[in-house]
Ligand binder design. Sequence first.
Ligand SMILES: Cc1cc2nc3c(=O)[nH]c(=O)nc-3n(C[C@H](O)[C@H](O)[C@H](O)COP(=O)(O)O)c2cc1C
Length: 204
Amino acid sequence: MSVYDAIRMRRDVRAEFTGERISEPQLTRILQAGHNAPSVGNTQPWDFVVVQNPDTLETFADHVADCRRNFADSLPPERRETFDPIKIEGICESGTGIVVTYDPSRGGANILGRHTVDDTGVFSAVLAIQNIWLAAVAEGIGVGWVSFYDEEFLTDLVGVPAPVRPIAWLCVGPVSQFQQTPDLVRFGWRDGRPLDDAVHRETF
Ligand SMILES: Cc1cc2nc3c(=O)[nH]c(=O)nc-3n(C[C@H](O)[C@H](O)[C@H](O)COP(=O)(O)O)c2cc1C
């Protein structure tokens, strides 16, 4: 598969997990892809917490359901109607969660390239996530990013020590198919925009 194919096929997966668990060799390969990401000052500020204990998956899924309910309650009626049928996670069905964390202290005080833009540290950890996401597609493995959680809850759940922060829960597992159209488009929540609208020349 070319990198362009993987980019085109990649989807945020929620409903298509088969219920089987990813194999260890596949898991290692996609984590290695994450670990090969570029990082500011070569700090590699990420860690990956692999969660497969069904009790932990269920505890997290219950918490996410609460957060989803809070978001639904915050919506005006017509948006709520659109949102209601949209699935926003496949935590238990995927069988595996990867919690990606960011350690702002990794690399010490003098980080080459983070001197002026502190966010470059988080950017680096996010690049590891994108590598995982694309490598997973090449393996026929689905990934869904879950961000409906309180950071403190997830920190406690998987024992992340300060100043390290969890920045994503990724649902990872074999899938029956990759949808061709993003779910949020299919369910009428929000369309994408054309490339031409995003490209600017010389000034914004
Ligand atoms: C930072 C980030 C957080 C996200 N959080 C969620 C989430 O909590 N639940 C969800 O269903 N999708 C989540 N998504 C997936 C997006 O909804 C999805 O990427 C977008 O709708 C485009 O669809 P596609 O990834 O299938 O192309 C998240 C994506 C990103 C990049």
